[in-house]
Design a protein around this ligand. Structure first.
Ligand SMILES: O=C(O)C(=O)C[C@]1(C(=O)O)C=C[C@@H](O)C=C1
Length: 486
């Protein structure tokens, strides 16, 4: 398995998916002319995507556990291929609706195969899954530019569909050359923590994370649907400012994804990140909902994108998947089914609330955000590590990894000092320096009870430094290289 090439292929699909997400709404005008129907009918066709997702997620998730990830990624890509080519040429509304359902199915098939594969590939804290969102955003960013250039040069609107189809075709070849990781393999670390969870705690974590599948999608959908109208109607902002707020939300989201990826890659715990980001998202939302000061709204809108749409949905899913290492596909399906229910119900609920006022519709996002924060707090609480032998040893493994890394660095410095001493014809042993090192260890020690033991460890380290320096000095230069590479 070539991790990099496989990852690239998997990400490329999401670039195309990003295009698929908005290609119908972006081409609404052209499609309504082509089909000779009102815009409302095109909008009805768009809803087919949601339908497809809603029905396919759970089934595909479960099936991908049984028949393998690669099959479902292929189903996803082929379905999308039919969608892109078909949608560009179709004239019949019923067929168009069928194709939209197929796009939803494609989305579910891709997700059930991809998120699971990334976890099965290993790597840092599922950070790879967070990056999926960045590729989706890239697709969503490029498509409007492409459409605009097609429009200005008066070319066929269908070229935007064809571009996606061509990328998919190339990627079909690339992806099918790759070998996939072993399916539903439990990783040792995750198993140590999750297997020991009591039934009630496992149940609570599962329910909360499924709930987060709903709320994490809902907060984003609600925000993008109502923000512009809300600030123009209730805050008296100009339309330009309203659009700016939405753009800043998108920029915040992309920045958030990259920062989240980096933080996870550096080893920050997913649970901590999830709680912090959700708490900050709620604060940002409070500011947007109640402060009618433009600069405050601008900052808050960016921050909301950063925290609520910066890949937190993916982080929530990662936690959920780790809870059931033997059923990763099923869990992915469940999680995204809840997300699809949100995509379906939020427009209905807020549409009804908006009859009361646009403010009521917008501020409902606070309720959803609070529910989301409660979900992650409950999940993290339920998943908190218990002090077990396996868990504590897992901790020791992690600490040792860092110590060995630092010791390697120390030995490299010791090597340099050894060479300098040899050149200056100084002895290997330097008792006064060793006394200083031991004093510094005592001064740095945070627990007095540990100090004599830490000093004993350092005496051993320095004895080994000396042994290493002596060994290098007595060995001929050629085998010195071997010594330092061993
Ligand atoms: O500082 C030096 O001179 C070293 O060679 C390094 C070092 C050490 O490991 O810290 C090793 C041997 C000396 O006796 C003193 C200190």
């Amino acid at each position: 398995m070539h991790r990099r090439t496989l990852s690239l292929s998997l990400y490329l699909n999401y670039f195309v998916h990003g295009i698929g997400l908005i290609i119908l709404t972006q081409n609404m005008q052209a499609l309504s002319q082509h089909w000779q129907t009102p815009l409302a009918t095109v909008s009805y066709v768009v809803s087919g995507i949601g339908m497809g997702r809603l029905f396919a997620y759970f089934i595909f998730g479960k099936l991908s556990d049984r028949y393998g990830r690669k099959l479902f990624i292929n189903i996803g890509m082929l379905s999308y291929l039919v969608f892109f080519i078909g949608m560009a040429v179709v004239t019949n509304i019923q067929v168009a609706y069928g194709l939209a359902i197929l796009a939803g199915i494609a989305n579910s098939a891709l997700d059930s195969g991809t998120y699971t594969t990334f976890i099965e590939m290993g790597g840092r804290q599922g950070s790879a899954n967070v990056l999926i969102k960045a590729f989706m955003s890239a697709g969503e960013f490029i498509l409007p530019l492409l459409i605009a250039s097609l429009e200005t040069t008066k070319q066929w609107y269908g070229w935007s569909f064809m571009l996606a189809a061509v990328v998919l075709l190339i990627n079909l070849v690339l992806l099918n050359r790759q070998k996939f990781p072993v399916r539903n393999q439990a990783d040792a670390g995750a198993e140590a923590t999750t297997q020991q969870l009591s039934k009630p705690r496992r149940w609570l974590a599962s329910a909360s994370l499924a709930g987060y599948g709903y709320t994490s999608m809902a907060v984003m959908i609600l925000y993008t649907q109502w923000i512009s109208l809300f600030v123009t109607n209730e805050m008296g902002y100009s339309r330009i400012l309203a659009h700016l707020l939405l753009s800043l939300y998108s920029i915040g989201s992309i920045t958030g994804v990259l920062v989240t990826f980096w933080l996870l890659h550096r080893g920050l715990a997913e649970a901590k990140l999830l709680v912090t980001m959700n708490a900050c998202a709620l604060v940002a939302l409070l500011v947007v909902s109640y402060a009618s000061v433009p600069w405050l709204s601008i900052i808050a809108s960016f921050l909301f994108g950063f925290t609520a749409a910066g890949g937190m949905m993916q982080v929530g899913l990662n936690l959920f998947i780790r809870l059931y290492p033997q059923a990763k596909g099923t869990v992915t399906g469940v999680f995204f089914t809840f997300g699809s229910i949100a995509a379906f119900t939020i427009p209905i609920i807020t549409g009804w609330l908006s009859k009361q006022s646009i403010g009521a519709a917008m501020r409902f996002d606070l309720v959803v955000g609070l529910a989301g924060l409660s979900c992650v707090v409950l999940a993290v609480w339920a998943l908190r590590p218990t002090k077990t032998l396996a868990h504590e040893r897992q901790q020791i493994n992690q600490i040792d990894q860092q110590i060995v890394h630092l010791l390697n660095q120390r030995f490299e410095t010791v090597t340099a000092i050894g060479d300098l001493k040899q050149a200056a014809q100084l002895p290997v042993l330097d008792q006064s320096r060793e006394a200083i090192v031991l004093q510094r260890v005592a001064a740095k020690s945070q627990q007095a009870a540990h100090t004599p033991y830490l000093q004993a460890i350092y005496q051993a380290i320095m004895a080994n430094s000396r042994a290493y320096q002596t060994a290098r000095q007595t060995t001929p230069t050629q085998s010195k290289e071997e010594l330092s590479h061993d």
